[in-house]
Every structure is written in structure tokens, then in C-alpha cells.
Design a protein around this ligand. Structure first.
Ligand code: 3HC
Length: 507
């Protein structure tokens, strides 16, 4: 079936973006909202996005007019008989969705496909509101819809033959890559992404690290396009909360319990960018950006440093970089110096070396996260006895050496791995449990969330054995069951195989 005309019901951020995607692909769109004020707001979002593309030189004014001419705003369901596909993009409330599907049933032709962009609700339960559930399917776009290239095409047990293939072909015409999935909570991308975002909120609310540092760990440390807290503000904290509630309800794992701070912010209406304030503040004074503050006042770079390391390349490189920056470097803990620096390993605590050096209050760790991603990020590791002055001096020193810095407590994984490794373990468990293939998960995360490498490419780059050892250290250190290394990872480590190269188990 050729889709020539579509209806988009609901013109919030996602609906307006989806209408734009269809119109850009040459498909006529009826854009529907409940009332004229909401319709005008939605069309305003679409116009702003097209105008921005013109101002960036991505569209000509003539193309903009042509695209806009394909979109017909409507405040009722009157024109639906012409639509080959209708997609619902309204808030995540089951009773609202079911009402809309009952209306779509009445207004659309019997052969039209009815799609939902739901991010968390059961497509099967939505389909049950239709008299013809076989034509109901999930067509899940990612925010911002005009940019992100993934579409999850979600079939239910009652989906009719060929519906998923028709919608996948349509997604390709839109310039997107479809991944066909079954109707499980969170599908692929949200089931993996949201627990990671929730974990980041947990790190923030337990004061493990500051908000900006958590985001920098993901961007500068792993190379992700956005930090998890900034991404939550983009997605909307209310949307994120409802996805976490659905995941928690379906799977019951403690890791899926929504972080209390996520719930509080959503309850307070601090839902993210769309509200002007979420975890960060938008368009206001920069001072209000992070409820947990920044890194404190800048300190002077120390003139002299005692460097304690393992006698490896890292220690040598640091010593020569400091010498080149005019800093006196000593290796003897008894020599006087402004700062004692331990060249740290993410899986060995800094404290024993710091105590052995005899000046634990003057000591911090420095850990470089180069192996995992983009690279030049230094974690300044603060032990339970490091003074604030030592932490500030260590931060200033790493800045002078050209590193971006974050601060982390002296706990297994410090900050980057503490954030990333449980996410990698979740990805392995999804494959282990037959939820999705490693290839589909990597496609979902690269095209849906802009990861430069999928979770399995990251594991293969670091080595399954290294990720396994890290998770084991986190599991031992924290005792949380979700940090337990999945058996499938242990098997890959033992066999010395990568996920990319691993033969698919027969199912
Ligand atoms: N609408 C349309 N276009 C947009 C846009 C928007 N809201 N935001 C950015 N863009 C375009 C820009 O115009 C620019 O286009 P150009 O290269 O043709 O000029 C391009 O995207 C890059 O934008 P910027 O240069 O302004 O900014 P960045 O390079 O920092 O990229 C980003 C912005 C694309 C949002 C990038 O940070 C990213 O990929 N972030 C990850 C987003 C993500 O993970 N999304 C998935 C969330 S989960 C989800 O949506 C599922 C749901 O169910 C919860």
C-alpha cells in the first residue's frame, strides 16, 4: 500500500516534528489538534523549525513554502477519510489514547493504518480500543523527530500481515531507518536509555557528582552527544517518569524505580525545556542552572606536585606534561609539595596510596578516561579525607594540562564508568534475555540517541573482560544486584570473543 496522505493527531513538540518529517518527504499532512489555540501553537512549532532550517541555509524559502503547503491544519477529524495512515502523538494517558483510537476508527477508511507514537504504553492495549486492532501499530520517533534517524515499528500479537512492512517502507521513504520490534515495555531504545538517565538522576540526588559533571562524563568521557540530565530536560521529565513507571511496573527491578528527584521535579511542573526549567534552567539567569551547584571557586595551579603512580606510561606522561608546564615534580612522598597526585586506575581505590604517602588531606587521584571514547577527560578523585583545597588544586592542575575535568568520589568506576558500565550491563541483559539482538540495540542507540558507537561497539572496544572486571568491582563495592555482571558477558570474556563477531545463538 502506498502512503500518499497522513494525519498527525497532536501537535506538541513530537507531533509538530513528525508532521514536518512527512511534509519534507513530499507526503500531504492533515495536522490535527483539539482546539484552535493548541493548533496555532503546534503550527508555530513547525514554522519555527522550518524557518531555522532556512536561516541555517538547509532549506530555500521556496522549499519552505512548498513543505508548509503540504500541511493542512485542522481542529477536528473531518478530513480523515483521505488519510492512508493516521498517527497519534498525544500525551501518554491511556484513556485519552483509547478515545482517539475510537474516533480514528469512525473517521478513517477501513484500510487506513492507525499508528501510535507512544513511548511507553502498550500498543496492544491501545489497539484493543479499535474495532480493527489488526491495523494498529506503533511508529515510534525520537526527539528531535526531524533529526534522529530511528523509527521503531512496533507490532502486536494481533497486527495484520504486512502492516509492519508497509510502515517500515514508509519510514525509509522519510529517510529514517526502521527497526521492527515487538510490543514490550520501552521497546528497545527507551528500555535501555531511560534506566541510564534515571541512574544519572540518582547520582545527582545522592550528591555523587554535580549535574554539569555528570553530563560532562557522558559527553567528554564517552563521546555521547548530550549528557543524561540535559537529555532528560529535552525528552521531558514527565515523559521520562511515565516511561520509568511502565518499566518498573513490567519488570519490577530496583534499577527501574523512578529516582525520587525525577518524580519531585515532574510533580512540581519542572518538566524540562518545554517548561523553561527542569534539572537545568533555560532562558533565565545562568546562576540557577544546577540545583547542586558547580565545582566551586577556581584555585591556583600548584607549583610543585608529588606524583604517585604505577611506574607506567600514564605516570611518565603526566610527569613530563607537568614538567613542560613549569611544575616541579617529585616522586618522594617525604619531599614538600603543594599537592600529592595519585595516577589512578578506575577499579583501585585511591585512599590506600593516599594514606601510604602520609599526607592524605593533600592528596587526590587523577584518572584519564581515554580508552572508552572521545578521550581527554580527567576525573579528579576525591577520597574521604582529601581537603577541598587539594581537590581545587588538582582540578586547576588538570585544566592547566589541557584536560576537561570532572570530580568524582573514590568509589568503583569513579564517575564515567560508574555511569556507563551499568548501562552496558543492561544492554547485555537485553540480548541475554532474547529482548533484542546486539546489532538492533547498536542501531537503536546510534540512530535513535546519536551515540557515536552502540553499547556493544563500546564493549568490544574496551574488551568484554575489562567491562566484566569493572562491573564485578562495582557489584562488590556497592552490592546492588543490577551491577552483577550478566552471564553472557562472562561467557564472551571467557571465550575472548566480541559481540560484533559472536555467532548468533539459535533460537
Ligand atoms: N528540530 C529540528 N531540527 C533540530 C532540532 C529540533 N528540535 N534540534 C536540532 N536540530 C538540528 C539543527 O538544526 C542542526 O541541523 P543542521 O546540521 O542541518 O543545521 C542539527 O540538528 C544539529 O543541531 P545543533 O548543531 O543545534 O546541535 P547539536 O549538534 O548539539 O545536536 C542534537 C543536537 C541533534 C539534539 C544532538 O545533541 C543529539 O543527537 N542529542 C541526542 C538526542 C537523543 O538522544 N534523542 C532521543 C531521546 S529519546 C526519545 O526521543 C524517545 C522518546 O520516546 C522519549
Amino acid at each position: 500500500m502506498e502512503i500518499a496522505k497522513v494525519a498527525v493527531v497532536g501537535l506538541g513538540t513530537m507531533g509538530a516534528g513528525i508532521a514536518e518529517v512527512f511534509a519534507r518527504a513530499g507526503i500531504g499532512v492533515v495536522a490535527i489538534e483539539a482546539d484552535v489555540a493548541a493548533l496555532n501553537r503546534g503550527i508555530g512549532l513547525l514554522d519555527a523549525s522550518l524557518s531555522r532550517a532556512v536561516s541555517r541555509g538547509r532549506l530555500t524559502a521556496a522549499e519552505q513554502a512548498e513543505i508548509r503547503g503540504r500541511v493542512r491544519p485542522a481542529a477536528d477529524f473531518g478530513e480523515l477519510a483521505a488519510a492512508d495512515l493516521a498517527i497519534e502523538v498525544v500525551p501518554e494517558r491511556m484513556e485519552v489514547k483509547r478515545q482517539i483510537f475510537a474516533e480514528l476508527d469512525r473517521a478513517c477508511r477501513p484500510d487506513a493504518i492507525l499508528a501510535t507514537n507512544t513511548s511507553s504504553l502498550s500498543v496492544t492495549a491501545i489497539a484493543a480500543a479499535s474495532e480493527h486492532p489488526g491495523r494498529v501499530i506503533g511508529m515510534h520517533f525520537f526527539n528531535p523527530a526531524p533529526v534522529m534517524r530511528l523509527v521503531e515499528v512496533v507490532s502486536t500479537v494481533v497486527s495484520g500481515d504486512g502492516v509492519a512492512d508497509t510502515v517500515s517502507a514508509l519510514a525509509r521513504r522519510l529517510g529514517k531507518t526502521p527497526v521492527q520490534v515487538s510490543d514490550r515495555a520501552g521497546f528497545i531504545a527507551n528500555a535501555l536509555l531511560l534506566p541510564y538517565l534515571n541512574h544519572a538522576v540518582h547520582l545527582l540526588e545522592t550528591s555523587y557528582a554535580t549535574g554539569p559533571d555528570i553530563d560532562l562524563a557522558a559527553t567528554a568521557g564517552v563521546g555521547l552527544p548530550m549528557g543524561p540530565l540535559a537529555l532528560l530536560d529535552l525528552i521531558g521529565l514527565d515523559t521520562a517518569l511515565s516511561i520509568m513507571e511502565v518499566l518498573h511496573g513490567e519488570f519490577g527491578l530496583p534499577r527501574y524505580a523512578p529516582a525520587p528527584l525525577l518524580r519531585r521535579l515532574a510533580d512540581a511542573g519542572r518538566t524540562g525545556r518545554k517548561a523553561g526549567r527542569g534539572i537545568y534552567q533555560y532562558g533565565g539567569s545562568p546562576g540557577g542552572a544546577d540545583p547542586h551547584g558547580g565545582n566551586g571557586p577556581d584555585a591556583a595551579t600548584p607549583d610543585s606536585v608529588t606524583l604517585i603512580g604505577a611506574g607506567d606510561d600514564l605516570e611518565e606522561d603526566l610527569a613530563s606534561a607537568m614538567a613542560a608546564a613549569g611544575i616541579t615534580v617529585t616522586a618522594n612522598a617525604a619531599d614538600p609539595s603543594d599537592l600529592v597526585l595519585v595516577a589512578a586506575d578506575a577499579w583501585r581505590p585511591v585512599l590506600p596510596a593516599s594514606l601510604a604517602a602520609g599526607r592524605p588531606q593533600d592528596t587526590v587521584g587523577l584518572h584519564l578516561t581515554g580508552k572508552l571514547g572521545a578521550g581527554r577527560l580527567a576525573e579528579i578523585v576525591q577520597t574521604g579525607v582529601s581537603s577541598a583545597a587539594a581537590v581545587a588544586a588538582g582540578t586547576a592542575l588538570a585544566g592547566k594540562l589541557g584536560f576537561t575535568t570532572v570530580r568524582a568520589p573514590d568509589r568503583p568506576g569513579f564517575l564515567v564508568a560508574a555511569l556507563l558500565y551499568p548501562h552496558l550491563a543492561d544492554a547485555v541483559r537485553m540480548v541475554q534475555d532474547g529482548y533484542a539482538t546486539a546489532a538492533d540495540i547498536d542501531t537503536a542507540m546510534t540512530l535513535g540517541c546519536g551515540y557515536p558507537k552502540g553499547p556493544f561497539e563500546l564493549i568490544d572496544a574496551a574488551g568484554a573482560a575489562a567491562v566484566l572486571a569493572g562491573l564485578a568491582a562495582m557489584h562488590e563495592g556497592y552490592g546492588y544486584p543490577e551491577f552483577a555482571p550478566p552471564p553472557l558477558l562472562a561467557e564472551h570474556a571467557a571465550a575472548g570473543i566480541t559481540f560484533g563477531a559472536a555467532p548468533r545463538p539459535a533460537r
